[in-house]
Design a binder for this molecule. Sequence first.
Ligand code: GLN
Length: 454
Amino acid sequence: QAHLDRIAAVDADVHAFLHVNEHALEVAADIDRRRAAGDDLGPLAGVPLAIKDVLVTTDMPSTSGSKILEGYMSPYDATVVARSRAAGLVPLGKTNMDEFAMGSSTEHSAYGPTRNPWDLSRIPGGSGGGSAAAVAAFEAPLALGSDTGGSIRQPAHVTGTVGIKPTYGGVSRYGAIALASSLDQVGPVTRTVLDAGLLHDVIGGHDPHDSTSLAHEWPSFAAAAREGATGEVLKGLKVGVIRELPDSGFQAGVSESFRAALAAMEAQGAEIVEISAPHFEYGVAAYYLILPAEASSNLAKFDSVRFGLRVDVPGGTVEDVMAKTRDAGFGDEVKRRIILGTYALSAGYYDAYYGSAQKVRTLIQQDFADAFSQVDVIATPSAPTTAFKLGEKIDDPLQMYLNDVTTIPANLAGVPGISIPSGLASEDGLPVGIQFLAPAHEDARLYRVGAALE
Ligand code: GLN
C-alpha cells in the first residue's frame, strides 16, 4: 500500500509506470496467508517488484514501449516473472522504456518519456528509465530491467541506483521481448547491492526454455554481497583501468568521481593496474551494426497477423496491411534501426558491415581475455555524462549512441557488469556511477566488490 500511495503521489510527474497492477494488494494478502500457513517463501516474499515492460506477464499488458503492442496480453509469463511470483514477490506494475529497448533516455517510448526523479527536466537513462526511476523515486524497492548495450547500467548511473547485467546466459531470456538475442540479458535494478543479489538469486539459473541459458552452478549472489560488505575483498584486488579509454567526451565531474572511487579502493588495499583494451572504443560502431541486424530480424514477427496492432486497408493486399501496420506501429528510432539492420545484412554489404562488426566483436572478447589474465575486475565510469536534459539528444542519434561507450563492450563479450553509485558530480550535483566488469561466470565477484564500496 505504501508503494501504491507513493506511485499515486509522484508518478504523474515521473511517469515510471505504464501500468500499475490493480491486484497487487490481493497478491500481497495471499502471500501473507501462505506465510501464516507456514510456507517458506524466502527472503523477498511480500516485496513489491516493478517489471520492465519488455518482460511479458499474463496479468498485465506487455508493450515493450511500442504502439504496435498496445494492450497486448501474453499467454505466458517470462521466466524471471514466474520465478519472482514463485518467490512471493508482488508485481507492482510494468515500467516505461524506450520502444523495444532502443535508446538511452526513455524518450523513444511510444507512451511519453519518463523523468529523472533527481531533476524532472532530465532523462532517467534508457532504455530502462522506468525501472530505474521507479526505484530512485521510492515507488518500488526492486525492479527488473534488460541490458542489451547498457539499459540496466546506464539508467542506474544517472539515477543513483544499482544495476547489474549478468553473464550472458545467466538469467533466462524466455519471455523477454527480443531486441538483439546475442546481447540481451535480464537483471536487477535496486537501491543496494545486497538487494540486487537477493533478486538475482530468485531470477537466475538454468532455464530449459532459453536455448542460450547456461547450465552452470551459480553461487548465492546475496551471500557474495554480504561477504563483500566487510571490505576484506579489496585487499590485494587487482582493478584494471583501460589506457585507451579517451578522456574526451567524459564530463569532468564524472571523471573526478571515478578517480575518487579508485583512490578510495586503493586506500583500502586494492591495486590499480593500467591495462590495454585497444578495441574497446570500437564497441559502439560494431554494436550499432550487430544490434540493428538482429533487431530487424527479431521485429519481423510484428507482421499485423500474429501480434498486436492491425491497420485495416480496405481492398488492400496482405502486404499493404503489413506495411501500413508497421508504419503506424513503429516509431522513428525503430524504423531507423530496421533500415540499418536490413542494409547491413543485405547481399553485397553483409561482409563489409555485419561481417566486419563480428570480427571486431571477437577482438573485443580477446581484449577482455587478455585483461582478465592480469586483473580481477575492470573499472570504468558507467557512462560519459550525468543525466542530460530531455530533448537534448533526441534529434542526434549518434550522440545518443555514444552514451553507451563504456557499457556496450560487456554485452559484445557476454561478461557481467555492475553499476553502483560513486557520488554526485561536482558541477551539477547529479548522480554518477562506477562500473565494474568481471570475467564470464564471475558475477559474484561484482557483488563482493560492489558491496565493499557501498
Ligand atoms: N542504448 C542502447 C541502445 O539504444 C542500449 C539498449 C539496451 O541495452 N536495451 O541500443
